[in-house]
Design a protein around this ligand. Structure first.
Ligand code: VGL
Ligand code: ZN
Length: 208
């Protein structure tokens, strides 16, 4: 069985959001189109408490996008984003939410960030995603969302580690760092780990 995974398509990652991904809104029509091609659609939400350690505002004198050593690992500090139950954490109205079967919340522990939808960044704890997918006999994942170079990337890599077949639908993702060299390097890195890439056009022939 296969599933479509929508990663963090939330207002804070869209234009005018607190952690805006360039052209993030361009993926919404693609998300709506692809949802019609899958029986199982899972969406993730970045869902931080206001005191989350990844927020620059929670560390004296620190600014967003600086890197800080936290508990022995390098944490990029972010502007406050996707705070639980706030506007920025909502899905955009233009996203067709009727097709979403399950929402996975991540980044809820104030002490550790979580880019992947499967584990926190130190792989200490799992979300419900793997057990949910196993309960539905899903082995084949198609991933789109924001941002390609953070939450999509780490979700895809953890999925490979958990033995799923993984395809990223490239035009269904946008990156924070969207320079051509960075994108080429990231695509190569992910392909070398066994992740496949497709374009949304290749789904035109199929409907669930
Ligand atoms: C993300 C940075 C911080 C993402 C989430 O969804 O890619 N990036 N939190
Ligand atoms: Zn976050």
């Amino acid at each position: 069985m296969e599933a479509l995974i929508l990663v963090d398509i939330q207002l804070d990652f869209l234009p005018n959001g607190n952690l805006e991904v360039p052209n993030g809104d361009k993926i919404i029509p693609i998300a709506n189109q692809l949802m019609d091609c899958f029986d199982e659609v899972i969406a993730t939400k970045d869902w931080h408490p206001a005191n989350h350690t990844s927020f620059a505002a929670n560390h004296l004198w620190r600014k967003p996008f600086q890197i800080m050593n936290l508990n022995g690992y390098e944490q990029t500090l972010w502007p406050m984003h996707c705070v639980q139950n706030t506007f920025g954490a909502e899905f955009p109205k233009s996203l067709n939410q009727e097709k979403i079967d399950k929402i996975i919340y991540k980044g809820t522990n104030p002490d550790i960030d979580s880019y992947s939808a499967f584990y926190d960044n130190l792989h200490l704890k799992q979300t419900d995603l793997d057990s949910y997918l196993k309960s539905k006999n899903i082995e084949n994942l198609f991933i789109i969302g924001l941002a390609l170079d953070y939450c999509v990337k780490y979700t895809a890599l953890d999925a490979i580690g958990l033995d799923y077949q993984v395809t990223i639908v490239e035009d269904g993702c946008m990156a924070l760092d969207n320079k051509k060299e960075s994108m080429d390097k990231l695509r190569d890195e992910l392909k070398n780990q066994g992740i496949k890439f497709m374009k949304s056009k290749e789904f035109e022939f199929r409907l669930a």
